[in-house]
Ligand binder design. Sequence first.
Ligand code: UD1
Length: 339
Amino acid sequence: MKKIIVTGGAGFIGSHTVVELYNAGYEPIIIDNFSNSQKSVLAGLQNITGSAVKLFEGDCCNRDLLKKIFTEEENIDGIIHFAAHKAVSESVQNPLKYYRNNLNSLMALLEIMQNYNCSNFVFSSSCTVYGQPDKLPVTEVAPKKPAESPYGNTKKICEDIIEDVIKSNAELKIISLRYFNPIGAHASSLIGELPLGVPDNLVPYITQTAAGIREKLTIFGNDYDTSDGTCVRDYIHVIDLAKAHVKAFEYLNKQEDKTFYDVFNIGTGHGNSVKEIVETFQSANNVNLNYVVGKRREGDIEKIFADVDKATTLLNWKTELSLEQALIDAWNWQKALRK
Ligand code: UD1
């Protein structure tokens, strides 16, 4: 079995990707410092996969830890790098925390890979690099816009670092996946999103409100230039997103050049407004949601959704799960947390 290191493998997207790697016959090895995830995820993973997933607890900025892992584990086929801080508002309050962690971890990993002749690397990027695109759906050739937050800037700078390393002819094969908005949970309700504290993101806020943990959802603005005035995003089921990583790895393994880099949008190709998400959540789950319309949130863009032709054609990947399914799975997961 090919070993793949999954940094941040206990996190939301990381844990679902661990499952899909396992299903595809790989041996995932997690590096996680549990700074924004919980150890209970490991039990969920063991339950789903039927085997204990190997874990190295620690920080992937820690070069000694990386050296130990590469020495102990022979023949590592590659790395999928999820571990990063991701709270937009916290990044505005504490930018150095974001730059230090998100940039250092990337650099440490790319360095260790070269030292141990490990070449395949998948980087978690974000549609945030596009800002508000001029044309929709947005394609991978759209210009990158100045970031709205230090968090967004770390994603942009990480992509720049990767491009420069590739230009230097380093023997690395890299794909950056630009995620749109991942939502949902595993159908088993054994793993899902576990935000610490008050959630920033829409769907965990909705499920916590429906569960009575939050009093009401505030829709941030209804005066945007969209069909119903609320912002539009491309919401993708986390399982579909996780599967894109397996496809990305297969694609990297097919590349014959020693140095390779490409970027792919990973979304559904459809935009949905915040109101549509709220309404679909209510109808799909037959629950009522307490919500009000409030002011716009600073830094929000009006409308974005992906052109996914490139991933469909080159990675042979497409989404299989609906928005309804994602919102049902998210709600089932929230209910499972209460038990
Ligand atoms: C945000 C980040 C993005 C990051 C992603 C991580 C910004 C500008 N972008 O995406 O860079 O990759 O999180 O998951 O912050 N909403 C409400 N009420 C709420 C929460 C959200 O109306 O309580 C609305 C937002 O205004 C937005 C939509 O829901 O229109 C989605 O918000 P969110 O889940 O925070 O994701 P993004 O802002 O798209």
